[in-house]
Design a protein around this ligand. Structure first.
Ligand SMILES: [Zn+2]
Length: 143
């Protein structure tokens, strides 16, 4: 045995995902199954989009307002929050849409790579609310 045989790399480095949203899609599949809207555990045919985000390093007036806007379903106001900082946790709201309807997911997105998304709240959307949000032209991704 030689040291060279220990350190030799056999597997090629994994290719970066072709879809930069794939990792997020995997997290959404995990936290949103069963779907809060239709109850299905298989989320094929569903799509999601990042609706709003706020830095969650500590309690700030911005983070409080972000959470209040979610709780009160003030979607137009919430949509204005797009703050993100790679060095801290984020509070994020995702729009989830399926054939039955749509909902909003309030998520803790941890900065630590060994932690996962945590679903903190989900809120069903009325047909009017869903139409209002679809009119905002969020970038949607398939699950
Ligand atoms: Zn569904």
């Amino acid at each position: 045995m030689t040291w060279a045989s220990i350190f030799r790399r056999i597997d090629p480095e994994p290719a970066p995902p072709s879809d930069p949203w794939e990792a997020t899609a995997g997290e959404i599949r995990r936290i949103a199954s069963p779907c809060p809207v239709c109850g299905k555990t298989e989320l094929a045919g569903h799509s999601f989009g990042l609706f709003a985000s706020e830095i969650a390093a500590e309690v700030t007036p911005e983070l409080n307002r972000f959470t209040e806007n979610f709780d009160a379903a003030r979607w137009q106001e919430l949509r204005k929050s797009r703050n993100f900082y790679g060095g801290s946790n984020a509070a994020e709201v995702y729009f989830l849409s399926c054939a039955t309807g749509a909902c909003m997911l309030y998520v803790r997105n941890p900065v630590d790579h060994y932690e996962w998304f945590e679903l903190l709240a989900a809120k069903d959307l009325s047909a009017d609310e869903a139409a209002e949000i679809e009119a905002m032209k969020i970038e949607l991704h398939k699950l």
